[in-house]
Write a protein that binds this ligand. Structure first.
Ligand code: AMP
Length: 217
């Protein structure tokens, strides 16, 4: 049973590592950003509420996110664990997650903090391209698709997320510092925080994570 939280600034590699970890552990990744983008694209009520916050680079209100995750975490495929990617992002969300876990008699095993310096974060976000269909992510130079502009997995044309534009990136990084960074201390105090500082590419980071989670606390 693995319940893991991935913590880190936008662009720190949470999505990439969540995909790999989920595949390796045979459990789902619950990626709030992607769930919200799907809701926006499908014109779902949640998407209509969330869109304006996302476009500005602000966080979507806690009660919407908590309700979304409560529903998602209650589905059958989550019974054997999950990788949380992008949730929790505020203290209120972290406390709601604790309450949800307590209700089902479960606990988190690890909170992995992906540490990357700010210049690298900006480079990554501005070069990031995403598949609007399957959610796979690429980078123009660091992780290009096999065919330029096309998803390796499903051959859909790649797009730049609107919130990966320069001005919105700055806002998202500021929101991270104000709202999400305090969770480092929150999980450190519970003995759950594992820092991943591997400076290399995604393979190296994945190796570091794999050895951290198999070693245990
Ligand atoms: P991400 O793909 O994780 O960078 O998320 C994209 C956007 O979705 C964020 O900038 C927020 O507007 C919203 N979002 C994703 N996860 C959360 C969350 N846990 N709480 C609030 N807003 C979120």
């Amino acid at each position: 049973m693995m319940r893991i939280v991935l913590l880190g600034q936008p662009g720190s590699g949470k999505g990439t590592q969540a995909q790999r970890l989920a595949a390796a552990q045979g459990i789902p990744r619950l990626t709030t950003g992607e769930m919200l983008r799907v809701a926006v694209r499908d014109g779902a009520p949640l998407g209509k509420d969330a869109k304006r916050y996302m476009e500005r680079g602000d966080l979507v209100p806690d009660q919407l996110i908590v309700a979304l995750m409560q529903e998602r975490m209650g589905t059958a495929d989550c019974a054997r664990g999950y990788i949380l990617d992008g949730f929790p992002r505020t203290r209120v969300q972290a406390e709601a997650l604790d309450a949800m876990l307590t209700t089902v008699g479960a606990a988190l095993q690890h909170v992995l903090l992906l540490e990357v310096d700010e210049a690298e974060i900006r480079r990554r976000l501005s070069g990031r391209r995403e598949c609007p269909k399957c959610g796979s992510t690429f980078h123009l130079t660091a992780q290009p698709p096999k065919v330029a502009g096309v998803c390796d997995r499903c051959q859909t044309a790649l797009v730049q997320r609107p919130d990966d534009q320069e001005a919105t990136i700055a806002r998202r990084l500021a929101v991270y510092v104000r709202e999400t960074k305090p969770l480092i201390g929150y999980y450190e105090a519970r003995g759950l925080l594992r820092r991943v500082t591997a400076p290399g590419g995604p393979d190296e980071v994945f190796r570091a994570i794999s050895s951290l989670i198999t070693m245990g606390p």
